[in-house]
Design a binder for this molecule. Sequence first.
Ligand code: BJ8
Length: 382
Amino acid sequence: MLNLPAEFETFNELKKKGFIEIKEEKDKGKNVVGIFCSYTPVELIMAIDAHFVSLCGGDDASIAAAEKFLPKTLCPLIKSSYGLAITDSCPYFYFSDAILAETTCDGKKKMYELLGEIKPTHVMHLPQSQTAPLAIESWTEEMKQTATFLEQQFGRPITTESLRQAIIDRNRVRKALLQLYEIAALVPSPVSGYELSSVVESTDFHFTDDDVVEGLNQKIEEYLARYVAPNPDAKRRPRLMITGCPIGGCREKILKAVEDLGADVVAFDSCSGPRTQKVLVDETIDPYQALAEKYLLINCSVMSPNQGRFEDMKEMLKHYQVDGVIELILHGCHTFAVEAYYTKKFVTETMELPYICIDADFSTSDAGQIRTRLEAFLEILQ
Ligand code: BJ8
């Protein structure tokens, strides 16, 4: 079984702790903006002196309510997010004064139209290609229009100075996160992937950058102190990469299950991994241009083509000394499902590593079947 420290707090416990924090911030008069995606330029929200909070659902319980309005075949992440909003069961949604959304996949962008009936919602038009003519120009313009939306919404200006400061502050958080991911590159990794992803994703529920950086630095020290040099005679636990759709709603039945079975998840090629953080925002050029350049570089399957994902993956597979790759495809996620053709080809043919693709939703009904498949996968790696 996975060896977790006695004081380990699960992601859900960490998320609940943030409920009190956000209430206190609201009581102080702070505004809150809900977000759903790594493409969201959170610096604009920080520059208007508001907090941002992730509203992505990862919970099966809210899906039934959403299915009264949304197709059952839609991705569980979208249904869960909408379900939390309409059932008023998420304090983070309740406390959000506005929503900043983006056109990524079709399901999400259409769901935002429904969400717009509940809260003021601004949808940023994300280019569908990183290299198309005018992609950077139109994305820079979207940054400016978003700034205008926030200014009108909260009746305050975003100044060049406040935006530059927000960029500097957020870059500090990114650097701390990058140092944290780096720890899992050690052999053996002193931190489980389950623990690491819980800590990283819970940073979305702390609202002061100084606290986030301090908390991450403490974790870095704690994990480094746990490191024990490898015993050359001991059998090495297989080291795995997780790729594909966000893992949050399947954390227990995939991430925890595979580590319980004797592997270490050391690399995350997903939105909770270093790929979203590794490019910092340029602090020296026009801030809108700098934000557009940084955020357009995120390699999500909603981009076509998305070759950068495989260049990043190659570097990570080597750096983290990965022995095998697990890809998660959430039911109804067409972009990742189609791109899985290339992922499998790249992992098995170019990198010559074992690969498994798991289709799942957020229910527990398939947990046993997934565990059996993971067990068989690990046998290949022994
Ligand atoms: S940058 S991964 S957070 S879009 S899994 S809702 S794509 S149907 S979550 Fe994502 Fe931004 Fe990309 Fe990251 Fe649609 Fe697929 Fe569902 Fe998805």
